[in-house]
Ligand binder design. Structure first.
Ligand code: ZN
Length: 334
């Protein structure tokens, strides 16, 4: 397959800077699952890319387990009620998280994914059919979509992808919302007499956490991310975007019955399985091939695919290594 690894108009595109992988092609070709996955990716008509904490970990960001190992109780820190119980602790934790996300450079897997998307664009002749079916201007009209539970916003802050082709199902740390619980009265959260109608807003690049950020109504501001026991998270429609794109894939399938649909799911664990639930369902509903990448063998397994192994490929590896190996195989014409 011919890959195009640079686009002149994309200044964020840094794939060329990366050293060539030190993998041996011969060794990669021995790995049956890797080869199956590379072939499926090189030939797909629809690609859903889904990722969890393991994907961001490869950029150097801490996972739940690592936060816990540092003596911090992630579950306690990510309770929405902590804001009112202990604002100092709340802003201390979330402020550090935001700072760390902004300082961290996304790994090369992002660039590789972007190059695969470009390859799809180059080889596809029938995307106009998909475009006709998807008329919402706020949603991509291309059969490529990203689903993530990560809140670092790296897909779009890197400039590599647009929010229209991405569902951040747990929100992101760049956007902040009112903590009064009446952020979105039109969506049924209100009922109180308070007057806040703020939608989530972008947290300023340079703002310090002190004095603590507030909404214009006077209440504390908080990240627009889904926390534990969170009853006031303002879901701005990320899940709905994915559902709408999924509906378009279904309609596309009705026109093009031999559609090859692939899901590449990387770095999703069993602690917060939100993404896995969606990818399994999407795979089943669309007779799609699910490629699951995880460095933990126990996280690869899926009882839902018993008897459907032909549609399920597992790769025991970290996200970024798997992306580099798959890309290497695809570029070698596998
Ligand atoms: Zn407010």
């Amino acid at each position: 397959m011919g890959c195009q690894h640079s686009t002149a108009d994309d200044e964020h595109y840094k794939f060329e800077d990366v050293e060539r992988p030190d993998f041996s092609l011969q060794a990669l070709l021995q790995n049956e699952n890797l080869v199956r996955a590379a072939k499926a990716l090189a030939d797909c008509d629809v690609l859903l890319f889904a990722c969890g904490a393991g994907w961001s970990k490869d950029s150097g960001l801490a996972t739940f387990e690592e936060v816990r190992d540092n003596g911090l109780d992630y579950f306690a820190l990510c309770q929405s009620t902590l804001l009112h119980e202990d604002p100092e602790k709340f802003y201390g934790f979330h402020g550090k998280q935001l700072e760390s996300y902004r300082k961290t450079t996304p790994h090369v897997g992002f660039n590789i994914l972007k190059s695969w998307k470009q390859d799809m664009i180059d080889r596809m002749k029938t995307t106009f059919q998909f475009q006709k079916l998807q008329a919402d201007k706020n949603l991509t009209n291309f059969p490529f979509f990203i689903l993530t539970s990560n809140v670092d916003a790296h897909f779009w802050t890197s400039g590599l992808f647009g929010r229209m082709e991405l569902a951040e199902i747990h929100g992101n740390m760049e956007y902040w919302q009112c903590s009064s619980g009446v952020t979105a009265p039109t969506r049924g959260m209100c009922g109180a007499s308070r007057k806040c109608e703020q939608r989530p807003w972008r947290f300023p690049e340079s703002q310090d956490m002190k004095p603590y950020p507030r909404c214009s109504c006077g209440a504390y501001a908080r990240p627009n991310i889904l926390m534990f026991k969170d009853r006031i998270y303002d879901d701005t429609g990320e899940n709905a975007k994915f559902v709408k794109w999924w509906d378009t894939v279904e309609s596309y399938k009705n026109i093009k019955s031999d559609l090859k649909i692939v899901i590449l799911e990387v770095g999703t664990g069993l602690i917060v399985p939100s993404i896995r639930i969606k990818t399994s369902q999407f795979a089943k509903d669309n007779n799609a091939t699910l490629i699951r990448v995880n460095p933990k063998r126990s996280d690869l397994e899926d009882a839902a695919f018993q008897g459907a192994e032909g549609k399920f490929v597992t790769i025991l590896d970290t996200s970024v290594n798997a992306m580099r190996k798959l890309d290497y195989l695809m570029r070698s014409g596998v």
